[in-house]
Design a protein around this ligand. Structure first.
Ligand SMILES: NC(=O)C1=CN([C@@H]2O[C@H](COP(=O)(O)OP(=O)(O)OC[C@H]3O[C@@H](n4cnc5c(N)ncnc54)[C@H](OP(=O)(O)O)[C@@H]3O)[C@@H](O)[C@H]2O)[C@@H](O)CC1
Ligand SMILES: [K+]
Length: 511
């Protein structure tokens, strides 16, 4: 699903009105009716007090339509206008009249702190104060109003996006932003819903398709793409019956050191369970029996050194080399990695200590084969590219970095992002149970396993991240978030593939 910017959404809005020959008020009615339908489906006429807070722009107009429809369906509704300006939008005004005609009374006007109504725990608040038209931080009593709602412990549903949240920048410390429990967003999600700095404002999120012009939507270059099941499915290549293990490639996983051989077992298991035809590991001698015992399916080559990598002799004709997990950063390991980089010309997958070695030896970055996939978590990324001011600054810095080195970068997080050239892919599977040791080793193995099967590195990264998250969701279904260990994620990879192609999606623990 495309993630669009506020200005792209406004353009889509205008084009839709023109091409579908409807008024902006009709489009507002259509959008807000979708919100009403969602609320009505969930509340089923429940007798609770619904407090709708409307701004005076079109987000407020949406709020008025929602309130009107709720009143028409006999809900107990109280409407407040957060009257932050006299510059009311045209569609706000016509809906203001309509709601007055229906309830035979004007909504309550809020003009300052003295007007703040009572909001209690258990109230249902609809936040339609600001939408994508926000262009400066909230100030004065309006900011206080937002904080007042946040402090109330009421359940808050935000319309389009939480009021006070920008679509293209991160709020400064102390800025007032609604902390929503649920956000119903029009047509496309906004990038800020997925950034670590801002995702907590959004709560659970659902996108409502409001019928904006299809041609515009399909042609516009998005700010980013959200990868869900449908997108992942389109990237998947089913196996050919007429095939053999050689058809699915050969992965070499290089890494490990004394006490950290488990990371190699995890990555290699993951690449095999992702479908790699053959897997070889190259590890220090101390890991020989461990890997042979834990994963008899893999072939094992060892370094001359017992505890760490010092000389990586791999003349094997592998389709992909994955380097880094558990490798440590000893001088002799750095030297061995340097030599490996010189010998390798196919895209590599680099993780963990591979990334740390790159950040301490910047000159090695230029030896990375083109289209190699780097899979840092935020701390590893910081070591690679330096500190950033906020998430938008981070994105800019990552894009400069990957362009300079012609690589693909997978930034791990609650929503893992894949960066390739100017493209951004945001993953939508996975859960907090996956924040566990070794989860990243599994991901590297998955991506390497897909590259070995001839997926382009970018596709391998995007699909790999999706499947890894899905496997985590399937694991959570069975074991609960706390119960997942990363071996489960590797083990359930096959179920993630199966889910991808089955008719109904496994009801995942994604959230
Ligand atoms: N896209 C679509 O397809 C559809 C969109 N729809 C809906 O329209 C919403 C966007 O509506 P919108 O453009 O009227 O802006 P909105 O967020 O209501 O703000 C209103 C005004 O507030 C002002 N303002 C800004 N910041 C401020 C501040 N800090 N403190 C005080 N004032 C501030 C600023 O005016 P200014 O003061 O700058 O002149 C701004 O114009 C969108 O989120 C969705 O809900 C649907 O109805 C139909 C389909
Ligand atoms: K809002």
């Amino acid at each position: 699903m495309k993630i669009l910017t506020a200005s792209q959404l406004k353009e889509a809005d205008e084009i839709t009105i023109e091409k579908q020959n409807i008024s902006s008020e009709e489009l507002m009615e259509r959008a807000a009716t979708q919100v009403f339908n969602e609320i009505h489906t969930r509340l089923q006429g429940a007798d609770i007090l619904i407090k709708v807070f409307c701004g005076i722009g079109n987000n407020g107009g949406d709020g008025l339509v929602i309130a009107r429809l709720l009143i028409e369906h006999s809900y107990n509704v109280k409407v407040f206008i957060v009257n932050y300006s006299d510059n009311r939008s045209k569609d706000f005004l016509s809906n203001y009249d309509k709601i007055k005609n229906l309830s035979r009374d004007w909504p309550v006007l809020l003009k300052g702190e003295d007007d703040f109504p009572d909001i209690k725990r258990g109230d249902f608040v609809i936040d339609a104060i600001f939408g994508i038209g926000l262009n400066r931080p909230l100030e004065g009593w309006v900011a206080k109003m937002v904080n007042f709602i946040n402090d109330s412990s009421a359940f808050v549903l935000s319309v389009d996006l939480p009021s006070g949240l920008f679509t293209d920048k991160i709020p400064e410390e102390g800025d007032a932003v609604i902390m929503a429990n649920f956000t119903l967003s029009f047509q496309t999600p906004k990038l800020v819903f997925f950034l670590p700095d801002t995702m907590d404002f959004v709560g659970d999120m659902q996108v409502l398709e409001i019928g904006l012009d299809r041609e515009f939507l399909s042609e516009v270059t998005p700010a980013a793409q959200l990868i869900g099941r449908q997108e992942a499915r389109s990237l998947y290549n089913p196996r050919n019956k007429n095939s053999h293990k050689g058809s699915y490639g050969h992965v070499i996983i290089v890494g490990g050191s004394y006490g950290k051989i488990g990371s190699i077992v995890l990555a290699t298991t993951a690449s095999m369970r992702t479908g790699a035809g053959l897997a070889t590991v190259f590890i220090p001698k101390c890991g020989y029996e461990i890997v042979q015992t834990a994963l008899p399916e893999a072939m094992v080559l060892t370094d001359v050194n017992y505890e760490m990598l010092t000389d990586i002799k791999t003349d094997l004709d592998a389709d992909v080399v994955c380097f880094g997990m558990g490798a440590g950063r000893d001088k002799s390991t750095v030297g061995a990695f340097k030599e490996l980089l010189k010998k390798t010309n196919k895209p590599m997958v680099i993780d963990a200590d591979g990334l740390n070695i790159l950040s301490e030896n910047n000159e090695l970055l230029q030896d990375l084969p083109e289209n190699s996939v780097l899979t840092p978590h935020p701390k590893e990324l910081e070591r690679l590219i330096g500190e950033w001011k906020d998430d938008f600054d981070k994105i800019e810095k990552v894009q400069e970095f990957i362009k300079k080195h012609k690589i693909i970068l997978v930034l791990k997080g609650a929503h893992t992002f894949v960066f390739e050239q100017e493209n951004i892919y945001v993953n939508n599977t996975g859960n907090a149970g996956m924040a566990t040791a070794g989860s990243g080793d599994v991901l590297s193995g998955v991506i390497a396993g897909l590259i070995s099967q001839k997926y382009e590195p970018l596709i391998a990264a995007v699909l790999g991240v999706y499947l890894h998250g899905k496997s985590g969701d399937i694991s959570a279904e069975k074991l609960g978030y706390e119960g997942i260990i990363s071996g489960d994620i590797a083990k359930n990879m096959g179920l993630a593939f199966r889910d991808l192609m089955s008719e109904n999606e496994t009801d995942s623990g994604a959230g």
